[in-house]
Design a protein around this ligand. Structure first.
Ligand SMILES: [Zn+2]
Ligand SMILES: [Zn+2]
Length: 320
């Protein structure tokens, strides 16, 4: 059997090439695209998403194009004002083109409209007990905020503003959900607790609308600080995980809800000069000698940090 037009060998009455020359396989109408003039997101069937223009046009073309049922599109290519469809029909690969015509509307997406309207549902306040936030902590906190927002595309998932205060940082979030997620992540990563409070903000259609405040309290203790936990004196080894070491026994301790005894920067430096079973003699940098309870890891010649607690002097190896 052959093609009735060109006579070429084919199992169809008419070959794909001859058919595509005599019939229109596709039809594409003019369409409109909505793009946010502020964030550049594009409106699609899945909502407003980040998408480059070319990809957005291709996706829309595939949604809008009407295709002859036997034509299987395999590839589309945009070249200026023309769009080329390549695919298979009646056993042959063919390419057909159509004019590409669309209009772009630049409007504000719902997320940006809310943002420009100053809308917010949650404030996250980040504070550290008994100290300011460290630079490193601020860097991590900002990174978490960025990640949390980038991972979502809800129309309320934005940071409205960030306020730097002497006591810490305040983040204003468009949605409660993102405020909650962010505060939990910060507390987990930096070691701290979250206290949630809500306040009636307004009523919409007879429904109460609340604003939420998440107070993230980072722990006071930092690495190498000395704290008191359950009557035991501990050196902080990991502030994030709230882990410490008891200075006399060397035992690992959880230091949550501990009391600060000495900050690392306030301690004096010294060296162990003598030892017996229970007592170590240490000399500080100005040559004064102290008798202290023998700390874990004590060895003559080892460097120590010295602090005072309840009018007694203690010391522990710097690299305990
Ligand atoms: Zn033919
Ligand atoms: Zn936008």
């Amino acid at each position: 059997m052959g093609c009735i037009v060109c006579g070429k060998e084919s199992k169809y009455k008419i070959c794909g090439k001859c058919f595509s020359e005599r019939n229109s396989l596709i039809s594409l109408q003019k369409f409109e695209l909505e793009i946010c003039s502020r964030c550049g997101n594009v409106k699609t069937r899945k909502g407003w998403i980040k998408l480059d223009l070319k990809k957005a046009i291709e996706e829309r073309v595939l949604e809008e194009v009407r295709v002859f049922p036997d034509f299987n599109i395999e590839k589309i290519e945009i070249a200026g004002n023309t769009i080329l469809f390549s695919g298979e029909i009646y056993g042959e690969n063919v390419s057909v083109s159509a004019p590409l015509s669309y209009k772009i509307h630049r409007i504000a997406c719902p997320r940006c409209s809310r943002e420009s309207g100053g809308y917010y549902e949650a404030i996250v306040q980040i504070r550290a007990k008994g100290r300011g936030l460290r630079e490193e902590e601020i860097r991590i906190i900002n990174k978490i905020a960025q990640e949390v927002v980038e991972l979502t595309s809800g129309e309320k998932d934005f940071v409205l503003k960030i306020e730097e205060k002497e006591s810490g940082l305040d983040f204003y979030f468009g949605s409660k959900k993102i405020g909650e997620k962010f505060s939990r992540k910060v507390a987990n990563e930096l070691g701290g607790s979250v206290l949630t409070t809500r306040k009636l903000h307004t009523r919409i259609d007879g429904r109460d609308v609340y604003r939420f405040t998440y107070l993230v309290r980072l722990s006071e203790a930092e690495e190498s600080d000395v704290v008191l936990k359950d009557g035991k004196i501990c050196v902080v080894k990991n502030a994030r995980l709230q882990k410490g070491i008891e200075i006399l026994s060397g035992k690992s301790m959880n230091i949550e809800d501990s009391k600060m005894i000495a900050k690392r920067d306030s301690m004096a430096w010294g060296i162990i000069t003598n030892l017996d079973e229970h007592v170590a003699e240490v000399m500080d940098s100005s040559g004064r000698l102290f008798q202290v309870p023998k700390p874990y890891g004590a060895e003559i010649g080892r460097e120590v940090l010295i602090f005072e607690f309840e009018r007694k002097v203690y010391a522990f190896p710097k690299d305990i």
